[in-house]
Design a protein around this ligand. Structure first.
Ligand code: XBP
Ligand code: MG
Length: 251
């Protein structure tokens, strides 16, 4: 990124964030670089289930266009030339193995919050802003990640937490964002969504919520032209967010 562009992006981001009554965070790729662990957990489940499937990074990058783990498995098998399709029960069983292994990987502590995330959470709470989560992944996966990163009482700092299985349609449908708005009782224009993928950007935009993008490992090349601001990561906000000794609830 050129120096001039970065400066404009930073000041725009700080202003967008300060003006918002609530910050609505995506989880995977936004709060932490979890997608690589999801990929490893899928491969573990395939091996445990006796399948000779293996998702390398390039394949996984493409498969991430399909949001949701069970949906991703189904989409992958549909494009295989031969073989008996997995039943819904098989897919659910595979996904259970994947989810358990993902929690084990997270528990090792190998997936910290991304740069700038903790500072932004602290600054937002200090300013009296509300926090929310709008994600495709499950409540169990959010709990695994955030209890490790923020402590067991992390959820007390969030006024709305909406996950993929809470809604009819996952991202890029706007459902998780619309549900968050209802729970927060706020207008879309009073909120800011913080996302890392084009699917997330589309979902929040369809709910009329302005979007700040923090680029992540697998979605670096996505089209973010509809976003208000695009950052490499949230540490770019460092100079413009107030520091506080206070942790958001946790630890
Ligand atoms: C995240 C996802 C998720 C994870 C896997 O999208 O697409 O499917 O890859 O989670 P976003 P599950 O960050 O846009 O919410 O296996 O629990 O579905
Ligand atoms: Mg994401």
């Amino acid at each position: 990124m050129q120096a001039g562009t970065a400066t404009i992006a930073r000041s725009g981001a700080a202003e967008l964030i300060r003006r918002a009554a609530a910050l609505i965070f995506d989880v995977d790729g936004t709060l932490a670089e979890t997608e690589e662990l999801h990929r490893q957990a899928f491969n573990h489940a395939f091996a445990r289930h006796g399948l000779d499937w293996h998702w390398g990074r390039e394949v996984y990058k493409e498969l991430l266009r399909v949001t949701g783990g069970k949906e991703r498995i189904r989409a992958y098998q549909e494009r295989l030339p031969i073989g008996r399709p997995l039943s819904d029960a098989d897919i659910a069983a595979l996904h259970r193995i994947k989810t358990a292994h993902y929690a084990d990987l997270i528990e090792t502590g190998c997936c910290p919050l991304r740069p700038g995330v903790m500072d932004l959470l602290i600054a937002a709470k200090t300013r009296g802003q509300r926090l929310a989560i709008a994600t495709t992944t499950s409540h169990g996966n959010i709990e695994a990640l955030l209890s490790r990163a923020l402590g067991s009482r992390w959820a007390a700092d969030f006024d709305a937490i909406v996950a993929g299985d809470d809604v009819r349609h996952k991202k890029p449908a706007p459902d998780v964002y619309l549900d968050v708005l209802v729970r927060l009782k706020l207008d879309a224009s009073d909120c800011l969504a913080i996302e890392d993928s084009a699917n997330g950007l589309v979902a929040a935009s369809r709910a009329n919520i302005p979007v700040l993008i923090t680029r992540s490992m697998f979605f670096r090349d996505d089209d973010f032209t509809e976003a208000r601001v695009v950052l490499d990561d949230l540490s770019e906000l460092g100079a413009s967010t107030p520091k506080s000794e206070k942790q958001p609830h946790a630890q």
